[in-house]
Design a protein around this ligand. Structure first.
Ligand code: HOZ
Length: 431
């Protein structure tokens, strides 16, 4: 595969941006290649600047559930842009999107739009601290809640991909208020709460983790977290930046039947434009300024283009009866073909899947938390990634991220992926 134009651009980019990129994982560092520069994307396919075409399972890291450049979403953005791209003032689409989010996710009574998932979790944390008048938070090793200072401790996603220690620049006084528990291990949470009685404001969790690869929480574990939060007056915050509107209309909380106190969103609600949101019980959310005194603001919050793209995306999902069933069928078909392909070669593996999110780990261990995710052979992953790319399949360039299936993946795309997978896995096993 000729990637000379991409490599040239990367050489130039490194003179101007840290590591040549604006977000670390996309530098392809852990898979030992130069990143590709994408020229265009349509449906389930992306084309790079050298003219190579790929079937895409990154989907912009989650937002593109309808596929790239969906005609209705593009038209909504185009039409909106003609009337102005940003007002720094209220616009009607903010209300329409809020109404739709509330319709999909019953635990949301009031919602605030922001510009990214990072902003959403940072704001939810401040709110939880104000509401409970407590300082500490509990998160889980391997979960990623954006790059806010308090969350950069044993974090997943890029931090795990690059094998970085907890980030320099986070002060000791901030770090001491973040406690890490083990995913799917309720005892580790009980221990932290026992040692910090009446000092925990919130427990943050990805109810299905996508940032240590795809790892699902056990229902019983989440239910115990819910009960514990209620009895200890701790706010339970579901980070549904990835899972919101992806696993079901109502996200992971609908699947598990467990309502958090606050939820953070991003990705799909922006339809591919920069967006985040946080919301929950009215009595908590009303503490946000200007109805309350917890300050949080943003020039581009509720931006008309982002609202239009998100609104159109959710409308399409809402109109399409059986949307999640169809997505499940595609994802299930793909998972079955992956299992068949890997069983034909001599490789340790674990395939984790939750709906249209999945990760193939190169380990024989069941992956239930960060420790078990880290038993995966990342060198094998890098070989697999490279072989798949050469065969026209674009996967996340990290073992510790999830693949996403979209509604635009056709039967032919899935079959093509199966063919590539067989060759790539054989290469990895023979190496
Ligand atoms: N680590 C981000 C996804 N979990 C990657 C975002 C990006 O590079 O665009």
């Amino acid at each position: 595969m000729n990637t000379s134009k991409s490599s040239k651009l990367f050489e130039e980019a490194q003179k101007h941006m840290p590591g040549g990129v604006n977000s670390p994982v996309r530098a392809f560092k852990s898979v030992g290649r130069d990143p590709l520069y994408i020229q265009s994307a349509k449906g389930a396919k992306m084309t790079d600047v050298d003219g190579n075409e790929f079937i895409d399972y990154v989907g912009s890291w989650g937002p593109m559930i309808l596929g790239h450049a969906h005609e209705r979403v593009i038209e909504a953005v185009r039409e909106t842009a003609l009337s102005g791209t940003s007002f720094g003032a209220s616009n009607e689409r903010e209300i329409d999107l809020s109404v739709l989010i509330k319709k999909f996710v019953p635990s949301i009574e009031i919602v605030r739009m922001v510009n990214s998932g990072t902003e959403a979790t940072m704001s939810a944390m401040r709110l939880a601290r104000a509401f409970t008048e407590r300082d500490k938070i509990i998160k889980f090793e391997g979960c990623y809640h954006g790059h806010g200072d308090s969350f950069l401790s044993k974090a997943g996603s890029g931090v795990a991909t690059l094998g970085l220690p907890d980030s320099p620049g986070v002060t000791r006084s901030t770090a001491k208020d973040t406690l890490n528990a083990k995913y799917n291990n309720i005892e580790s949470v009980y221990d932290l709460i026992d040692g910090n009685k009446d000092r925990i404001a919130a427990i943050f969790i990805e109810p299905v983790a996508g940032n240590m690869g795809c790892v699902t929480a056990e229902k019983d574990f989440l239910q115990k977290l819910r009960d514990l939060c209620t009895s200890e007056r701790i706010l339970l915050v579901f980070d549904e930046v990835m899972t919101g509107f992806r696993l079901a209309k109502g996200g992971a909380q609908e699947i598990y039947g467990i309502a958090p106190d606050l939820t953070t969103f991003g990705k799909i609600i922006g339809g591919g434009l920069p967006v985040g949101a946080y919301g929950g019980h009215g009595d908590i959310m009303k503490m946000i300024a200007p109805s309350g005194s917890v300050y949080q603001a943003g020039t581009l919050s509720g931006n008309p283009l982002a609202m239009a793209a998100g609104l159109e995306t959710l409308k399409i999902i809402d109109e399409n009866e059986g949307f999640y069933q169809k997505l499940e069928e595609k994802s299930c078909y793909l998972a079955e073909t992956i299992l068949k392909a890997i069983q034909e070669v001599d490789l340790d593996y674990t395939l984790n899947r939750a709906g249209s999110m999945f990760t193939l780990f190169f380990t024989g261990q069941k992956v239930v938390d960060f420790d078990t995710a880290k038993t995966s052979d990342t060198k094998k992953f890098a070989r697999y990634f490279g072989a798949m790319l050469e065969l026209g399949i674009y996967l996340p360039p990290s073992q510790f991220e999830a693949c996403f299936v979209s509604m635009a993946h056709t039967e032919e795309d899935l079959k093509e992926t199966d063919r590539a997978m067989r060759t790539a896995l054989k290469n990895v096993s023979d190496a």
